[in-house]
Design a protein around this ligand. Sequence first.
Ligand code: BTN
Length: 282
Amino acid sequence: MDPSLDNLYATSLSPQAIKKGLNTRRLGQQPIYCFPVVESTNSEAKRLARQGAPEGTIVLAESQTKGRGRLKRLWVSPPGKGLYLSVILRPPIPPQLGPRITLTAGVALAEALQDTGLTPKLKWPNDVMLGRRKVGGVLTEASCSENAISFVVVGVGINVNTDLEDFPTSIRNLATSVRLSTGKAISRVGLLQTCLYQLEQWYECLCQGSFATILESWRRHEMTLGRWVEVSLPESSVAGVAEDIDSHGALLVRDKGGRLHRILVGDVVHCRVQDRQGLPAS
Ligand code: BTN
């Protein structure tokens, strides 16, 4: 690749550059905080949200020292290569519908990445995949009272111009980036603006109560349903066919005995057909 493009696309993320040409009404029209390095943009965003930061506030970092994924995993955040951001939302929905937000953000990211010519797939609940490798993820963290959400921080990590050597060897065969998949570096500012635009569109849909429309789009992008999956739960595990998603965003898995399990939090492994012990191949 032309090294001068490297410089262009590694240009630091500034509020001015991001706001210029940003086609949103709320997201990013509030303060945008850009840090060279933080532990985790989600932690910074939660701190700001507790201090009353308005909906649409964005926290970005060039790199994170303790970027978090779901289930206490680390999100590798090399400087200048990816998008690591958190968006503060104050959705008018009850806490029990919170899981819808992760699926909504996943749809927004899939549509934004699709604009770069890729065909991303969504693995329930929060993984954005290119083939069998992960390119992005969503970490949603909420603060709730008994019957209302006070705020939600939607954390988004996307490997944009990340090189293979930027990933630790342990995940090199599991991770990818936009650049590794297309052979081309792209502008992080441009991709960020598209992500914010898509997130706003789909978030409005969520706030209007149109989760069915979001689910319809999620189904167009998903790669989990109809597969044999193994799900690790906090204290047990479930294996079966991922049958559907319910109106809360929970995954419905039917085990060999025909029992339907409703899963709200879990680590899903997609199995190959030959892993479906005892079941006829499909
Ligand atoms: C996952 O795939 O499990 C979710 C990854 C989310 C990573 C992003 S990077 C920006 C934000 N800050 C964090 O600490 N995590 C999220």
